[in-house]
Structure formats: structure tokens, C-alpha cells
Write a protein that binds this ligand. Structure first.
Ligand code: ATP
Length: 310
């Protein structure tokens, strides 16, 4: 169990992290999601022992990240932001070097290198120089170096950043596969990334955790509003005025007309089912209904709402 309590990190007068606490259980794949500058990298650097927190503590079971940093680092594999690699080494050479850095014994080293090459799908590239690899394969090498000492916990800073859509999917699948056996903590500012890979999300904004839960929990916690999209034939202004008067309508936006075809988006109180009264209203006024559908708020909407600049 990883337990972070009241973490604060100041850089001079600036508070990059402001009293954040969270727990991560063995086997979880947790995503730290937030916009640029939210404090994700700072959090991961504290978790890996690269930064000391200004206040607060991190415990890995009964070990403390400041006092037992070396012991904890043996349990962790880390893929830093921008994945720094030794360009002029071949994949296999680099991974052997990474294993030596972790003090793997000579007889174990070869086996460990072969294992991560297999896991990360690098067999065909093992003798290729790193400088000649595509971004997707470089990311695989980064993951392989993080796994070389068979750590219990994998910490990945923006692992899919800069990849094309196909490479993203490949790396995502690889992380999910690795996550079947290890605890994984990753950061991203791309919501779909976290939603597709992680079973729990911590949303971080301006150094604070503003929400946490499974993607489904976050959606249901925030589902206080529903959006209805309506398309009908009739006069725009009159229709908007009539809809505004319905009980449960909170906001009308994007109301527009093309000829006499009107489209409107309506934000409503989730506890009220407004589709029936809306259809009745159209019937009463002789306005022809063309389309009506209800949209639950997506995690994207929730993320934008929680992290928009105040
Ligand atoms: P990104 O996705 O852009 O990497 P992030 O969520 O990882 O963002 P951090 O790198 O943790 O954000 O940075 C949080 C804030 O702390 C930012 O405003 C950043 O400029 C600031 N910061 C980070 N490291 C330092 C440092 N060494 N000195 C001063 N300020 C820093």
C-alpha cells in the first residue's frame, strides 16, 4: 500500500502541491490526470524519491520515502517525462546497462534483459540503435528499462505523450498487460488515455486533488445535470421562451435556426425527466419534432469543469 499524506511542495514562493493525500492499493492502475502545470510530475517525483516534499510524507507499507529511499527505489520502475535514453546504444546494450545500474547479478542480467524484450515487444529491434527507433518503440524501450529489475510498482510520467494514435493504443495495451501483475501509477493530461487504461483516477488541478474515483464513480458523482439536444420546426425565439418556462430547465445554449428548423441544447436537472414535457410543448404549439436525445455528462465534461481556470 502506498500512502501519501498532506504532500506540499514549494518552489520558492510557489506552491506546486498544496496538501494532497491519497492511497494506492497493490494491483491498482491509477491515473493522475490534470492539465499542464497541475502538479503531476512533481507528485511522481516525490513518489519516486527524486524530490523531497516540503511538508507531508509518503509511505510504502512501513517504509518512508525520505528515510528508506534506496529500499523503496528497488521496488519502483520509473519512466520519466520525455523518456531520456542513450541514443547511440543498441536496445539490448541499453537494457543491459539499465540492469547493471540496478546491480543485477551477471547470470540474472541476461535473463532479465530477454524477459523485458519479450514483454515489451522489442525482439525484432533488440540489435537496433536507439537513435533510429520510432517514438513508439523508444517508449517501449523506456518501459523495458523501468521493468528490468522486476519492480512491484511502475511509475510512468506521460507515457503516451507525443505518440501517434496507433502507437498510443499499443503502449496503452502494453501498460494494461503489465498492470495485470504490477501496481501502476501514470500521469496524463489526456482524459481518454486515463479512462482507457486506469481503474482509478485522481484529478489534480493547481496542486490540489479535486476529484478521485473510478471513471464510473466520477461520472455518477457529477451527474447532477443532463443535456437534451432538440431539433424541431418552428419559430426560434418563441420556442426558446416556451422551453425556458418549463420546470427543470436550467440553461439553454447553442440555440440556432436554419430556415424554420431550430436546434437547441438544454441543460436540465438530472432528477427531472424533461423529454415528455418537451414533446408535449411542441405538440401544444404545433411545432414539428425532428429529433430529441438525452446526453449524460461525459468524463470529459467533468474534467473540464473541475480543471478550468477560475
Ligand atoms: P506538465 O504536464 O506540463 O508536465 P505537471 O502537472 O506535470 O505539468 P509539474 O511539472 O508538476 O506539472 O509542475 C507544477 C508546477 O510547478 C508548474 O507551475 C511548474 O512550473 C512548477 N515547477 C515544477 N518544477 C519546478 C522547479 N524545479 N522550480 C520551479 N517551479 C517548478
Amino acid at each position: 500500500m502506498i500512502k501519501a499524506e498532506h504532500l506540499t511542495k514549494n518552489f520558492g514562493d510557489f506552491k506546486a502541491l498544496n496538501d494532497i493525500s491519497f492511497e494506492i492499493k497493490p494491483g491498482e492502475i491509477v491515473g493522475l490526470l490534470g492539465p499542464n502545470g497541475a502538479g503531476k510530475t512533481t507528485t511522481l517525483r516525490i513518489l519516486t524519491g527524486f524530490f523531497t516534499p516540503t511538508l507531508g510524507q509518503v509511505k510504502y507499507d512501513n517504509l518512508d520515502i525520505v528515510e528508506d529511499s534506496l529500499k523503496i527505489r528497488q521496488k519502483i520502475g520509473f519512466l520519466p517525462e520525455n523518456n531520456p535514453l542513450y541514443e547511440d546504444l543498441k536496445v539490448k546494450e541499453y537494457l543491459s546497462y539499465a540492469g547493471e545500474m540496478h546491480n543485477l547479478a551477471k547470470d540474472k542480467l541476461k535473463e532479465a534483459v530477454n524477459k523485458v524484450i519479450e514483454t515489451c515487444g522489442l525482439k525484432d529491434r533488440q540489435n537496433q540503435e536507439i537513435s533510429t527507433l520510432s517514438k513508439g518503440f523508444r517508449q517501449r524501450v523506456g518501459l523495458a528499462q523501468a521493468l528490468i529489475h522486476d519492480p512491484e510498482i511502475l511509475i510512468l510520467d506521460e507515457p503516451t505523450e507525443g505518440l501517434d494514435p496507433n502507437q498510443r493504443i499499443e503502449i496503452r495495451d502494453l501498460i494494461k498487460k503489465i498492470g495485470q501483475q504490477k501496481t501502476v501509477i501514470l500521469s496524463s493530461h489526456v482524459l481518454s488515455e486515463v479512462e482507457a487504461t486506469c481503474n482509478r483516477v485522481l484529478i489534480i488541478n493547481q496542486g490540489k486533488i479535486v476529484a478521485s474515483g473510478t471513471p464510473e464513480e466520477l461520472k455518477s458523482q457529477s451527474a447532477t445535470q443532463t443535456k437534451i439536444y432538440l431539433k424541431a420546426e418552428g419559430p426560434l425565439d418563441k420556442m426558446v421562451d416556451a422551453i425556458k418556462k418549463l420546470d427543470g430547465v436550467e440553461k439553454i445554449f447553442n440555440a440556432k435556426a436554419e430556415g424554420n428548423i431550430v436546434s437547441i441544447e438544454i441543460e436540465t436537472d438530472s432528477n427531472k425527466e424533461l423529454r415528455k414535457p418537451l414533446v408535449q410543448l411542441l405538440l401544444d404549439n404545433n411545432w414539428q419534432l425532428l429529433e430529441i436525445n438525452k446526453q449524460e455528462k461525459s468524463l470529459e465534461d467533468i474534467f473540464v469543469k473541475l480543471t478550468k481556470k477560475l
